[in-house]
Design a protein around this ligand. Structure first.
Ligand SMILES: [Ca+2]
Length: 333
């Protein structure tokens, strides 16, 4: 039946019969399954990789899960293993990332960055300092399910000093809130100033507690008020007061409090501009935000970098990896 399937698929593909004007969800779904089985059977076909990219990057996570279940029922084998067999390199990383939920993906990225001897501080900062309270609560839950360990303990065990204290405070963040405590705006702004620019050295503990315990709208008001005390705004103050991973962490936090999608847009721009394009960052942001806020990130990118994200990806990547990223990006702006 494999041979028959192949012939059928070829004819359908060549004649573009897979895209009738009004295709139902069920038809789409069957097409995905057929494609999947066909792909797994035709290891050397040029179509395999393109098919996998086209099917999986244009579905939601829930649809991808359904496709995987259906695939496993019909092909009697695990789709993840089939994908690993058919793909390699950067493309494999993207596609396997898409087979995870956003929280599973973030949890796995954190795990990967502390696994082994060294620590990938940049990845830890990228994730822990940019995710919302609600996202972090979900990541914490999923981390425990996947790795049978506490996220906070793992992160604290792999870092040290004030950097560890900051990450721990972020990983432990409680229920999301949008409360603005008008009584405290002035108090917090002054405390941030007194703990940093005003004194010799920096009271990092004070900065950590304010930045990890207040709501985002509250902090936006605090940073605004901060300027009436300090000659430097919050970001400049951070650059003056702390260095290294701590500086990067606080900057990421404040940039995300102010405009998270702009932060991601800038990270994408930096990752692609840097020599030996930082694929890791590019992949992570695209995969982890494609179902969250990639559309808004695209808007910020266009507004601040004079070119669309789509065009920039097209210029700085190549091959199947590029095809997958462009498809996730969704469109040109
Ligand atoms: Ca100081």
């Amino acid at each position: 039946y494999v041979k028959a399937d192949r012939t059928l698929m070829k004819i359908l593909l060549q004649n573009n019969l897979f895209t009738p004007p009004k295709i139902s969800v069920m038809q789409l779904f069957c097409r995905d399954i057929l494609y999947g089985i066909w792909s797994a059977d035709m290891k050397n076909s040029l179509y395999i990789v393109q098919t996998i990219i086209d099917v999986l990057t244009k579905r939601t996570y829930n649809q991808r899960r359904e496709i995987a279940f259906a695939y496993e029922r019909r092909a009697k084998k695990d789709m993840i293993s089939a994908l690993k067999g058919a793909l390699s390199g950067s493309l494999e990383t993207v596609i396997l990332g898409l087979m995870k939920s956003t929280a599973q993906y973030d949890a796995s990225e954190i795990k990967a960055s502390i696994k082994g001897l060294g620590t990938d501080e940049e990845s830890l900062i990228d994730i822990l300092c940019s995710r919302s309270n609600a996202e972090l609560m979900e990541i914490r839950k999923v981390y425990k399910e996947l790795f049978k360990k506490d996220l906070e303990k793992d992160v604290a065990g792999d870092t040290s000093g004030d950097f560890a204290k900051l990450l721990l405070a972020l990983a432990k963040r409680a229920e999301p809130s949008s409360v603005i405590d008008y009584q405290k705006i002035d108090e917090d702004a002054r405390a941030l100033y007194d703990a940093g620019v005003k004194r010799k050295g920096t009271d990092v503990k004070c900065w950590i507690s304010i930045m990890s315990e207040r709501s985002v709208p509250h902090l936006q008001k605090v940073f605004e008020r901060y300027k009436s005390y300090s000659p430097y705004d919050m970001q400049e103050s951070i650059r003056k007061e702390v260095k290294g991973d701590l500086e990067k962490s606080f900057l990421t936090l404040v940039q995300c409090f102010e405009n998270k999608q702009l932060y991601f847009a800038n990270r994408l721009q930096d990752a692609m501009k840097s020599k030996g394009a930082k694929e890791k960052v590019l992949t992570r942001i695209t995969v982890s935000r494609c179902e969250v806020d990639l559309k808004k990130i695209r808007q910020e990118f266009r507004a601040h970098h004079g070119k669309s994200l789509y065009q920039t990806i097209a210029e700085h990547t190549k091959g199947d990896y590029q095809r997958a990223l462009l498809s996730l990006c969704g469109g040109d702006d």
